[in-house]
Design a protein. Structure first.
Length: 272
């Protein structure tokens, strides 16, 4: 069975405007799967779509929607109602704020939970039944090393990513013997436009084009993702992420949180 037969004819990629999402969408198209590209920014989506079509000859469709909207999953379901979605990628939900929980509005935290927890759960519930009925398909949900322990400045974010990790593992337990490959992709520090912008704004790198120290490349993450689609439920991306996860697993919860707290202080300074 070819990749496109198993996972096509269409894939939906949420968070496809740049970085990991755009690269994953391109990888799917290179393997013969048509892609629905989804993010907030229509103009950027159009550029990614044009590039994918010219490079691969596959079809694309774009959908500009804010995933923090309460009706986001409904909008997506309606916009893809005429397509057979064999692959779902949820690569959205970074936290650009990195501030203490009480220094941000509760609406900001609620939007994070909506985007990172509610919408991927709703989309899986919508698209997975047809995959189970066909006996093949794939679901990849991006999580983060932040899910492995609580940390200052990432209260709602790390909690939402922990939800993603456990949700994906449980979904894998239910679906992997029904022909649907489910993978939670745990990311460490990754050289994405969002990370470069954040570190540049903090003065940690000299320009938005500089590679942050210790960051794994987008290409490496995507290559590992495609190589390990059948190795769920969870895949740690990159050697540093795998080593870090092993080390954290050897600690008590108190020690793990203390380690993350020290890392946050080193990143932002002790007053943050």
């Amino acid at each position: 069975m070819t990749f496109a037969t198993k996972y096509g004819p269409w894939a939906l990629v949420a968070g496809a405007s740049d970085g990991l999402g755009a690269a994953f969408a391109t990888g799917l198209a290179e393997r013969g799967v048509n892609v629905v590209l989804l993010s907030r920014r229509q103009s950027v989506l159009d550029q990614v779509a044009a590039q994918i079509e010219s490079q691969t000859g596959t079809q694309t469709r774009t959908l500009a929607v804010d995933l923090a909207r309460p009706d986001a999953a409904t909008v997506i379901a309606e916009a893809t109602g005429d397509l057979e979605i064999g692959f779902l990628v949820y690569c959205a939900g970074a936290d650009p704020n990195y501030q203490h929980f009480l220094d941000t509005s509760i609406e900001t935290a609620e939007a994070m939970v909506q985007r990172n927890c509610m919408v991927p759960m709703q989309l899986c519930h919508h698209f997975a039944p047809a995959m189970v009925e066909r006996g093949n398909g794939g679901i990849v949900i991006f999580s983060s090393g932040a899910a492995l322990a609580g940390s200052p400045n990432m209260v709602a974010y790390s909690a939402s990513k922990a939800f993603d990790m456990v949700f994906t593992e449980a979904l894998w337990a239910e679906l992997h013997d029904k022909g649907v490959d489910v993978l939670g992709l745990m990311l460490g520090k990754t050289n994405t436009p969002a990370l470069r912008e954040l570190e540049y704004s903090r003065g940690q790198i000299g320009s938005p084009d500089e590679v942050p120290a210790g960051a794994i490349s987008v290409d490496e993450v995507i290559a590992e993702a495609f190589e390990n689609l059948t190795n769920g439920p969870t895949w740690m991306a990159g050697d540093m992420m795998r080593a870090g996860a092993q080390m954290i697993a050897s600690l008590t919860r108190n020690q793990a949180v203390e380690l993350f707290t020290q890392a946050a202080a080193a990143a932002m300074g002790p007053d943050h």
